[in-house]
Design a binder for this molecule. Structure first.
Ligand code: ZN
Length: 214
C-alpha cells in the first residue's frame, strides 16, 4: 500500500498529495480519496486498499476546507491545508469522559539540553498524564498545593472508517495524546461545554458524523 496520490501527466508521473495512512499525513479526507481515485496512476498508491483499511486515519472535514467534488478542486484544497491544524475542546472539571482511555505519560527534559557541555546539566524524567491515576501520586509528592490536575482538554485528531464505511471521529488527550473515540452521550457533553467557544456549524458537523457511525 502506498501513501501518495499520483497522476499521469503525458509520459510523466506527477505526485499530487498524501493520503491518510500514517498519523501525521492526514491531509486527505476519505471522500476526497474517492474523487482522486479515477485518475490515480497507481505506481506508488493503491487507493482502494487505503479506503478499505480501518486503521487509516483521515483528515477531519473542517468546513472552510470544503471543495467541490472535482479532481482539480480537491487537489487544490489539499495543497492549501495546514497539516498540523487542530481544534481544541475543553472538558468540564468533573468529566468522566476520558475514563477507560489508556493515558500514558511523557518524557520531559529539564535543564540545559547539553549542546556544548555533553549534557552534564540536563536530566530527563517521566511525568504521568494529569488524567492518569498515576498523577495522584505526583500530587501527593508535591511540596506545595500548587500541583493540581490542570484543565482537561482534547483535540480532534482525524477520523476512521470501519469496513461498512461508518465514520468515527478520533480525538486525542491534550496532554499525553492518547487517541480515543466517543459515545454519543460523551460527545453531547463536549458540545454543550464548548458551545460558546466553537462554532455551531462545526459542532453540528461533529454530531452528524457521530450519528452516521451509530
Ligand atoms: Zn492523557
Amino acid at each position: 500500500m502506498g501513501e501518495y496520490h499520483e497522476v499521469r501527466s503525458g509520459k510523466k508521473i506527477k505526485q499530487l498529495c498524501k493520503l491518510g495512512v500514517i498519523d501525521d499525513w492526514r491531509y486527505t479526507r476519505r471522500s476526497e480519496a474517492e474523487v482522486l481515485r479515477p485518475r490515480d496512476a497507481g505506481t506508488n498508491t493503491d487507493i482502494p486498499e487505503v479506503l478499505r483499511d480501518p486503521s487509516t486515519l483521515w483528515r477531519f472535514p473542517f468546513l472552510d476546507e470544503d471543495a467541490p467534488p472535482t479532481h482539480d478542486a480537491v487537489v487544490d484544497a489539499i495543497n492549501r491545508r495546514d497539516m498540523f491544524r487542530t481544534i481544541t475542546f475543553l472538558l468540564n472539571e468533573d468529566t468522566t469522559l476520558c475514563d477507560g482511555v489508556n493515558h500514558d505519560g511523557k518524557y520531559v527534559w529539564w535543564g540545559d539540553q547539553g549542546i556544548g557541555n555533553g549534557g552534564a546539566l540536563s536530566t530527563q524524567f517521566w511525568l504521568p498524564c494529569p488524567w492518569s491515576p498515576k498523577f495522584e501520586a505526583v500530587r501527593k509528592l508535591a511540596p506545595t498545593p500548587g500541583v493540581q490536575r490542570p484543565i482537561a482538554f482534547i483535540t480532534i485528531y482525524g477520523e476512521r472508517y470501519d469496513a461498512q464505511g461508518r465514520v468515527r471521529t478520533i480525538f486525542r488527550c491534550g496532554y499525553c495524546e492518547a487517541p480515543f473515540s466517543m459515545s454519543p452521550a460523551d460527545l453531547h457533553e463536549v458540545q454543550q461545554a464548548n458551545r460558546d467557544r466553537c462554532g455551531e456549524a462545526l459542532l453540528s458537523r461533529l454530531a452528524a458524523r457521530e450519528a452516521a457511525a451509530a
